[in-house]
Design a protein around this ligand. Structure first.
Ligand SMILES: [Zn+2]
Length: 66
């Protein structure tokens, strides 16, 4: 799926968000990465196999730790 060389992280990699954006829809709040992951502006993700990842903003992590 990824046309880049070296190839971008796979959808199941921890750094999947490091893949390049191939379609950005800021007016709708999401963008499609070349590994098939849909990345939402609230940092939520939708993986190619239909798995949804909850938003994980650093601010959320900081507040839950406090
Ligand atoms: Zn790529």
């Amino acid at each position: 799926m990824c046309p880049h060389s070296p190839s971008c992280p796979s959808p199941d990699a921890k750094d999947r968000e490091a893949a390049r954006t191939i379609a950005a829809h800021p007016e709708q709040g999401w963008s499609l990465l070349c590994n098939g992951v849909v990345l939402f502006e609230d940092t939520g993700e939708l993986l190619p196999d239909g798995v949804a990842i909850a938003p994980h903003r650093p601010t959320d992590l900081a507040s839950s730790a406090a």
